[in-house]
Design a protein around this ligand. Structure first.
Ligand SMILES: Nc1ncnc2c1ncn2[C@@H]1O[C@H](COP(=O)(O)OP(=O)(O)OP(=O)(O)O)[C@@H](O)[C@H]1O
Length: 254
């Protein structure tokens, strides 16, 4: 649906006790876009995305996926969304295939469809060889990949992925990039967070820079980076004082 927003966050705010982690984030992700969210550690990216997909109740503000309110019409919203969950939110004493079967049934998918898609996902993501390994015993990168598979299984229209490339080896990274590019080429929309500016510049056509719980720049990649690189713009906006590389006076003294 060109012209529509795949995702729309309005005034998303989250307070944890005294800490204002997210401070009125407005974000529009046009349908068909590949959207990158960047920001320093603790900027509020995970909190924003988790609220935006309806997995964390905001202190105030709201979120819609293709116009569907993620809190008021949860089931409809969840069908549209594919979310890379944090690993603690899935049962881990299952093999990868069992986990996919479990998630597929939970989502009401046909048993045969789940079996076919699971085979393909395990194969494409390079997990098919680890038939007997339980997810709890997976490496960090393997875990990221099986969680991505759970996000893709039901064929969502919008993918929201928190650091999908973190800890993933280069071959798997290239596979995931290919999957995401195909997804967008086929009309899907992707939002991902990452600390790797080059990756965001390569993949995304839109970007938001988040700092101290606020969006400090957003738009097309070219609008945000202006005449420089995304990293230059990031450093400008996030504070030049952070660039001064500090060292430890006592380390290396012999
Ligand atoms: N459950 C929680 N309870 C208290 N504070 C929290 C909680 N979750 C997040 N925070 C705080 O909210 C702020 C934003 O955290 P968040 O994880 O959203 O940042 P982030 O941008 O995703 O960081 P990173 O790049 O390091 O993953 C941080 O100061 C963090 O300590």
């Amino acid at each position: 649906m060109p012209g529509m927003n795949a995702l729309e966050f309005t005034g998303l705010t989250k307070r944890f006790g005294d800490k204002l982690a997210v401070d009125g984030v407005d974000l529009r992700v046009p349908a068909g876009s590949f959207y990158g969210v960047v920001g320093p550690n603790g900027a509020g990216k995970t909190t924003t995305l988790t609220m935006g997909v309806g997995l964390l109740r905001p202190t105030s503000g709201g979120s819609r996926v293709f116009g569907v309110d993620v809190w008021e019409r949860r089931e409809e919203a969840m069908e549209l969304l594919g979310v890379l969950p944090d690993s603690m939110s899935v049962p881990e004493r299952l093999t990868g295939r069992e986990l996919l079967r479990y998630i597929g049934r939970l989502r009401g998918l046909d048993r045969r469809v789940v079996a076919e898609r699971s085979e393909e996902l395990l194969d494409v993501l390079g997990l098919a060889g680890d038939e007997r390994t339980l997810v709890v015993d997976y490496s960090t990168g393997m875990r990221k990949k099986i969680l991505l598979a759970t996000a893709l299984l039901h064929g969502p229209r919008v993918l929201v992925l928190d650091e999908p490339f973190e800890a993933v080896d280069p071959v798997s990274g290239a596979t995931i990039r290919g999957i995401l590019n195909d997804f967008v080429a086929g009309g899907g929309s992707v939002v991902l967070s990452s600390h790797v500016m080059a990756l965001v510049e390569n993949l995304c056509d839109r970007v938001a820079i988040v700092h101290a719980g606020r969006v400090v720049a957003d738009g097309t990649l070219d609008e945000v980076r202006a005449d420089g690189s995304l990293e230059d713009r990031f450093i400008d906006l996030v504070g030049a004082e952070r660039v001064a590389v500090r060292t430890l006076s006592w380390l290396g003294e012999r």
